[in-house]
Design a protein. Structure first.
Length: 438
């Protein structure tokens, strides 16, 4: 773990104690910590991030009541010996139901172009792909986003883009994951186009991705396509992009929006199960996006699905930013709704640390002492890998290994946890979970 990440996590952990010691001064410090966690999540320049964090620490050390507590937290840990863990930084042409939209690969460059069939409740922006949708709310809309993904010179899980510290000032399709084009379609045209595309696919399966907090439409579409390519998914890729403000300072705004968006997501989810001729539906939700998914799953078993509806197969909760106790309540209600449910938890996800600071209670995606194990859900402690690689843009803190490797075995190969090589069983018969081999 990088020293910057260790220090940020230490300060987030001190939240309750600092609140008691600093009194009226605490809210200002709390806001700064949350903003730093959001900046880390966006992959900001690590040098500038550390400079800002150091300045915050110096001000905290000058607060006499809190000085001793902060000094203990920032003290470097004693050296340990063991395996090294390397931390690193990580317009579609007009279509209609008669034109089949499908992925394509350039054999010379290795660039894959993926059509991401999306649903959203974001307001329209301008006609450029990057600003086609904003972070404001609107009614449900549908369409296709075309994303190019390089397959050479990019590691699995990386959402590559231009970086000024690598002297990259423009997008390069051979290096970067790029949102090339976006076209909005009416619901009927969208459904027919998706059904035709799925019928022409190697497998009549769909993968739905639901992003988390602090994510723009552009990055959500890029992430959905990158996951599809890295998983070698043979079906069609769907995205539900709720109206996240894509601003780390608007966490509570995003919280309100994900609740408002739930019914829109539920309708999109039912469309995928019943209207496009899918055989199996898989869904990956990350961070705050899990709130829409879990609250929808609560009602799935009561739905009267028509004959021929798709099977809900793999449901993946990646680092869910939902209260641990609330997840326990809902898990009993959605148990058995899918072939398999899997929860990936982490003890080093700064977004979840910040969320716990805001709410005062552990999140379902946390590992460590708060690790959640419930009946009907396979819990995987992914602290040794990077749960951020499927959502928030904090791949700067990502390790070389990715949970996408495990998701390949789960979604594509349909393997149980004990059949997946990287996992080993931990705990006992009453509290059995899985973690990554050292």
């Amino acid at each position: 773990m990088s020293e910057t990440l260790r220090l940020l996590i230490a300060l987030l952990d001190l939240g309750p104690g600092l609140k008691d010691l600093l009194g009226d001064k605490w809210p200002a410090y709390s806001d700064e910590l949350l903003e730093l966690a959001g900046r880390a999540g966006r992959g900001d320049d690590p040098v500038e991030l550390r400079r800002t964090l150091d300045a915050l620490v110096q001000r905290l050390l000058a607060e006499a009541p809190a000085a001793e507590l902060v000094e203990r937290a920032v003290r470097p840990p004693a050296p340990t010996f063991g395996p090294e863990i390397i931390i690193r930084r990580g317009r579609v042409p007009p279509t209609g139901p008669t034109q089949i939209v499908r992925p394509s690969t350039d054999d010379v460059t290795g660039i894959v172009k993926i059509p991401v069939f999306y649903g959203t409740d974001r307001a329209r922006g301008d006609d450029t792909p990057a600003n086609y949708y904003t972070g404001r709310r609107a009614g449900p809309a549908f369409g296709i986003a075309e994303v190019s993904v390089p397959t050479r010179g990019r590691n699995v899980g990386e959402l590559t883009g231009p970086s000024w510290w690598r002297l990259e000032f423009s997008q390069d399709p051979e290096k970067h994951v790029i949102l090339m084009a976006v076209e909005m379609l009416g619901r009927d045209v969208f459904t027919a186009s998706l059904a035709d595309s799925l019928a022409a696919a190697d497998q009549r399966d769909v993968l739905i991705f639901v992003h988390g907090y602090n994510v723009s439409f552009e990055d959500a579409a890029r992430r959905a396509a990158q996951i599809s390519v890295d998983l070698k998914f043979a079906g069609r890729t769907l995205l539900y992009s709720w109206a996240s403000a894509a601003d780390p300072k608007q966490y509570t705004v995003d919280e309100d929006t994900i609740e408002w968006s739930r019914e829109h997501f539920e309708a999109f989810f039912r469309l995928a199960l019943t209207e496009i001729g899918a055989r199996e539906v898989h869904v990956i939700a990350h961070s705050m996006g899990n709130r829409a998914l879990i609250n929808t799953l609560e009602r799935v078993r009561s739905w009267q699905l028509p004959p021929g509806a798709a099977t809900l197969c793999q449901v993946i909760f990646a680092a869910p930013d939902i209260g641990r106790d609330r997840f326990v309540q809902l898990a009993e209600k959605f148990k058995g709704c899918a072939r398999r449910c899997t929860l990936y938890a982490s003890s080093s996800d700064v977004a979840l640390m910040a969320s716990r600071l805001v709410h005062g209670y552990p999140r379902a995606g946390e590992a460590g002492p708060a690790l959640l194990v419930v009946d009907g859900v396979d819990t995987i402690d992914a602290s040794l890998v990077d749960t951020s690689l499927v959502g928030l843009r904090h791949s700067y803190f990502g390790s070389k290994r990715s949970i996408l490797n495990d998701m390949f075995g789960l979604i594509v190969q349909q393997l149980t946890p004990d059949q997946r090589f990287d996992l080993q069983a931990t705990g006992d018969a009453l509290r059995k979970y899985w973690n990554y081999r050292a």
